[in-house]
Design a protein around this ligand. Structure first.
Ligand code: PMP
Length: 397
């Protein structure tokens, strides 16, 4: 993407060059099946375990609680089916789910005919703790399915308060931490109600197609895929060694970054957001009052249609998103802003800008005037267009 300003890093991040370099020999001279015998296979197994402990450090867990799999989508599905197997058969209680979950949670609950009910989030996208307490008091639920940080708004849930409530009512929690891992410091075992969590490497400059499922020590677990018994019988199939090694290396880099530079992405995001609020009339930040990931800015520019504005910004070589990349092709507003109480039109106006540790001050300085220019241009075209209602070019991505 030379000359492009990428501001869509919540969708995916480029592989860290250092991780790529470490991965390369595992495609060639170290391309040995870890389940085979001999000295090199033992070395590959040791390298896999090293990657597992690098990832474990990123989320604060013991490495034997992590199972590598193809990504957070598979980890979410595996957790859903495992919990359904152990937590629901006798009680048939529904799953308590947030209405802002990623489609890999909601669609899999629907597809696998899991009864579920939504909890309430407020207009910032934060779980309503009073509603949660009331629901827990009914004793009607099997477990909670709630992400830690939202991919669209960047909102981070009040993990301490939720954990205390769940412990009070003894309800387990599956937590999708894909967007949080690598962006904020995590210590999952500290939150004792979290029994499982999903992680994705390509959200923190690791390779795509690799992730992991955390299962709390001592919790029952039913694999999704059976076969040769790899990953300690928890996920069969020959391990994707280069990607596992790359995920470990990327986790180590992300950890080093979190230890040393946590402020820099947030400073750039704040500068981007504040300058646009000053320079563009009728612009608002979604979930501005909530605790958010340091890299995410979800904006509404009144009288602009998000998809059209995104295309115009693409023309200026700025890459951003109208919502979850996983909603690509869907001709409707994202369920996330709708759950916050925004109208269908406002929800379709929202544009997400997400930075990474690779984002430079120069890129942000270049992007700001281009966004200002695009909004002005879009609004002037809108005002000259005969009133046919908002322009709608629904090709969500
Ligand atoms: N959960 C969340 C919150 C995500 O943002 C994503 C990726 N968009 C996923 C799950 C799916 O991750 P993967 O691409 O690794 O399957």
């Amino acid at each position: 993407m030379s000359n492009w300003i990428n501001l869509d890093y919540n969708a995916t991040t480029p592989l860290a060059p250092e991780a790529l370099e470490i991965m390369l020999p595992y495609f060639t001279e170290l391309s040995i099946n870890p389940s085979s015998q001999g000295k090199i296979a033992s070395q590959i197994n040791a390298d896999i375990e090293n990657a597992r402990s690098q990832l474990a450090k990123l989320v604060g867990v013991n490495s034997d609680t992590l199972t590598f799999m193809s990504g957070a989508t598979e980890a979410n599905l595996t957790a859903i089916l495992s919990h359904a197997y152990f937590l629901k058969p006798t009680t048939k209680k529904p799953v308590l789910v947030s209405p802002i979950e990623h489609s890999s949670i909601i669609n899999n609950l629907i597809l696998h005919k899991q009864a579920f009910e939504y909890l309430t989030v407020d207009n910032q996208g934060v779980v309503d703790l009073i509603d949660l307490r009331q629901k827990l008091e009914t004793g009607e639920y099997a477990y909670l399915n709630l992400m830690l940080a939202n991919n669209e708004t960047g909102v981070i849930q009040p993990i301490d308060s939720i954990n205390s409530l769940l412990n009070e009512f003894n309800l387990p929690w599956h937590c999708d931490v894909s967007q949080a891992a690598g962006k904020i410091t995590l210590n999952l075992p500290h939150f004792t109600s979290i029994v499982s969590a999903s992680i994705s490497a390509h959200k923190f400059h690791g390779p795509k197609g690799i992730g992991a499922l955390y299962i709390k020590a001592g919790c029952e677990f039913k694999p999704l895929i059976y076969g040769g018994g790899q990953e300690s019988d928890r996920r069969s199939g020959t391990q994707n060694v280069p990607s596992i090694i790359g995920m470990g290396a990327a986790a180590k880099l992300a950890n080093d970054y979190l230890d040393n530079h946590t402020q820099s992405v947030e400073n750039l995001r704040n500068k981007f957001e504040q300058t646009l609020l000053e320079q563009v009339d009728n612009c608002q930040v979604i979930s501005q009052q909530a605790l958010r990931l340091p890299n995410t800015s979800y904006l509404i520019f009144d009288n602009c249609e998000g998809e059209g504005l995104k295309i115009l910004l693409n023309h200026y070589k700025v890459h951003c998103a109208t919502g979850s990349a996983c909603l690509t092709g869907k001709q409707k507003a994202s369920h996330v802003p709708l759950a916050l109480g925004l109208s269908e039109f406002q929800a379709k106006s929202a544009l997400r800008f997400s930075l990474s540790r690779y984002t430079t001050k120069q890129e942000v300085d270049q992007a700001i005037p281009l966004v200002v220019k695009a909004v002005k241009k879009f609004r002037s075209v809108q005002s000259q267009t005969p009133s046919v209602g908002p322009v709608t070019i629904y090709t969500n991505s």
